[in-house]
Design a binder for this molecule. Sequence first.
Ligand code: NAP
Length: 282
Amino acid sequence: MEAYRVAGHDAPLTLVLGGTGKTGRRVVERLQARSVATRVGSRAGVPRFDWDDRETWAPALRGVGAVYVAYAPDLAVPAAEPAITGLVEAAAAEGVERLVLLSGRGEAEAERCERIVQGSGMAWTILRASWFAQNFTEGFFYDLVLSGEVALPAGPVAEPFVDAEDIAAVAVAALTEEGHGGQLYELTGPRLLSFAEAVATIAGATGRPVRYVPISVEAFVAELAAQQVPDDAIALLRYLFTTVLDGRNEALADGVRQALGREPHDFAAFARGAAARGAWSL
Ligand SMILES: NC(=O)c1ccc[n+]([C@@H]2O[C@H](COP(=O)([O-])OP(=O)(O)OC[C@H]3O[C@@H](n4cnc5c(N)ncnc54)[C@H](OP(=O)(O)O)[C@@H]3O)[C@@H](O)[C@H]2O)c1
């Protein structure tokens, strides 16, 4: 497919916000493999992009035709809506023509951010994703896996963990190909897994004695507080493990097949691949 080009620019850049994170890093790698001129949006980027410093937004958007928007820490936090509103305004002012927003399933706050992007006047694609498999290798659950006890307040709820590689593949298609404008893709893995099943799958792939231990939300919050996790981060985790994991997302969706014409990767394949790469080796 033709790489996306903006009229009047010789080499419009694609800006990847969160470009060093779980999905963004993979989006950058895939764009670069396609020789798409790419700018990594990060507090360590050149120019720097910081969600907490609006002065950094216009310089990062200069010369950009398309933006992948992975907001940090989460579209559910109160700062997200004004940030997405401001980013859309800044992007329009810089002549950006295409936005691809990473969103989360089951979050009313994220859906408000989706509507801001949908009303931006730019071409848009929404990627509404379930919980990432990579939370177990690069995210919050990684240290718990290494400790041998994944103690979380998830009860028996099942989640269709999605591989961040699939999200990145859909993002790159939406950023570089035609036919994805005005689409809201709901991205899940191909199978519902309880946390006990997900952790058992990792244990099987690694040979490590790791198990899931269901705990109460109160015990979880008390442990986070004891570890001096900031209050706003605790509030976000409490929200994710209560509201978002209340069973509302216990359903598969076919966004990967809609966007790419193939099935999403299975969690077992993710776990085997991660174990083979030494993701959980000490
Ligand atoms: N994790 C999941 O299971 C999941 C599921 C569905 C949706 N989502 C959504 O995905 C998005 C990203 O979540 P994630 O967990 O995957 O995190 P992540 O993308 O791995 O987060 C880290 C990224 O955010 C950047 N970042 C952090 N603070 C920043 C700041 N103040 N300014 C600019 N960039 C900043 C980091 O860049 P630097 O540190 O280099 O600046 C890094 O690129 C969130 O909006 C979340 O709602 C996540």
